[in-house]
Design a binder for this molecule. Structure first.
Ligand SMILES: Cc1cc2nc3c(=O)[nH]c(=O)nc-3n(C[C@H](O)[C@H](O)[C@H](O)COP(=O)(O)OP(=O)(O)OC[C@H]3O[C@@H](n4cnc5c(N)ncnc54)[C@H](O)[C@@H]3O)c2cc1C
Length: 362
């Protein structure tokens, strides 16, 4: 069966939810259909336990402020990310103001953001970062300290017991903790109940292909009945997280050539002791090792999940061949094609070089 005249299709997660909702506010007449292969929304990367819930604003993430060859700090990315997150906050304020969202505390909490480093080299870097950022209005409230007493007030679980170690930290009071799963669910509730957007759960998008006259055809399978339906669309947004690469590879356009990906597993240590959880009210980010991906930056996070305060340490990156938590172990092998072998080899080689440098340093 072929359905026509539908304008936009998106698979599910915080990205698709945000885009769909913003488009509906701009043009309520836009026809949107959303597909999700699981029976619930926001269970992959946007799931509350599957990310750190940091409202990334460059308040604590050291990888947004690289050191240039001349020793100065490049803060351009930090300013951009700060601005983008302010836009997100304005969008959420709008949703609360217009009563689309009643309880913002369900998904956002005020939690100070800190950077924390040890050793003179990293302390010097943090100080230079602090001096460069506090020249701007966005970061002028940032505090810097090398005083153990102050650091122990900011994040006692980390600073106490390390009195003999040289360390420094920065603090930004305006940091946030965001539950992206709750937010995604709220967005879908608004989309389904107030804009009549169909969210087809248990429906997997199998293929997306260009049609004549600037249209696209989407092949979707109802995983309960096995029925396949083809949808025509003017625009297709592939917001499938880890599922985006396999779909993109099926799209018959040459721009897709060369894309590949290495999946990385992320796991957390979770604290179950309420007394320990109560002692920490912060997000504390440190520095990733040389050449390590930003995801491997260790951090200790206060989280609010299902109305409960939690404490998570991590993430610990591991190797997996799955692109999605609910994916297949064959995801990586199936994604390797003749056209992406050079780019995947390039990533592999670059990382191998990084590892060699690390070994010779240690
Ligand atoms: C360890 C870790 C920590 C992170 N920490 C943070 C953080 O602190 N702050 C932050 O802002 N971001 C963080 N992120 C990133 C953030 O979680 C992701 O960028 C975000 O959740 C991605 O959302 P998404 O909508 O693109 O994808 P997802 O949430 O993964 O959603 C994609 C959806 O598409 C569905 N899907 C896939 N293929 C198909 C198909 N063929 N048909 C139908 N449906 C399909 C999936 O089932 C899934 O529900 C972190 C990520 C990780 C891994």
């Amino acid at each position: 069966m072929k359905k026509t005249n539908t304008i936009l299709f998106v698979p599910v997660g915080i990205m698709s939810a945000t885009l769909s909702l913003m488009l509906k506010f701009i043009d309520p007449g836009l026809k949107i259909i959303i597909f999700e292969k699981l029976d619930h929304v926001a269970k992959e990367s946007s799931g509350a336990w599957n990310n750190s819930g940091t409202g990334h604003s460059a308040l604590c993430e050291l990888n947004y402020t690289p050191e240039k060859d001349d020793g100065s700090i490049d803060i351009s990315k930090a300013l951009e990310i700060f601005g983008q997150f302010e836009n997100s906050k304005q969008f959420w304020s709008y949703l609360v103001d217009k009563k689309f969202i009643e309880q913002p505390k369900d998904f956002i909490h005020s939690v100070p953001h800190h950077s924390w480093v040890t050793g003179q080299e990293d302390i010097d870097f943090l100080k230079k970062r602090f001096e460069a950022l506090t020249k701007t209005a966005m970061f002028e409230e940032m505090k810097f300290s090398e005083d153990h007493k102050i650091l122990a007030e900011w994040f006692p679980l980390i600073a106490r017991g390390r009195e003999n170690q040289k360390m420094a930290g920065t603090r930004m009071e305006i940091g946030t903790e965001v539950n992206f799963e709750d937010l995604t669910k709220k967005y879908f509730k608004i989309l389904e109940e107030q804009f009549d957007v169909p969210v087809l759960r248990n429906t997997e998008v199998l293929d997306v292909d260009p049609e004549e006259e600037l249209e696209w055809t989407v092949e979707a399978k109802d995983l309960n009945s096995g029925k396949i339906t083809y949808y025509d669309a003017e625009h297709v947004f592939i917001g499938a997280g880890g599922g985006a690469l396999p779909l993109l590879q099926k799209v018959e356009i040459e721009e897709k050539d060369g894309y590949g990906g290495f999946p990385v597993d992320g796991q957390w240590l979770t604290c179950n002791n309420p007394e320990v959880i109560a002692k920490h009210n912060a997000k504390v980010y440190s520095k990733a090792g040389p050449d390590a991906p930003p995801m491997s930056t260790p951090h200790l996070d206060t989280r609010y999940i299902n109305g409960k305060k939690e404490l998570l340490f991590g993430p610990f990156a591991g190797f997996t061949t799955k692109f999605l938590k609910e994916g297949s172990k064959m995801d990586l092998p199936r994604s390797i094609h003749l056209d992406n072998i050079p780019s995947m080899w390039g990533v592999f080689w670059h990382n191998l070089q990084g590892k060699r440098i690390k070994k010779s340093l240690s």
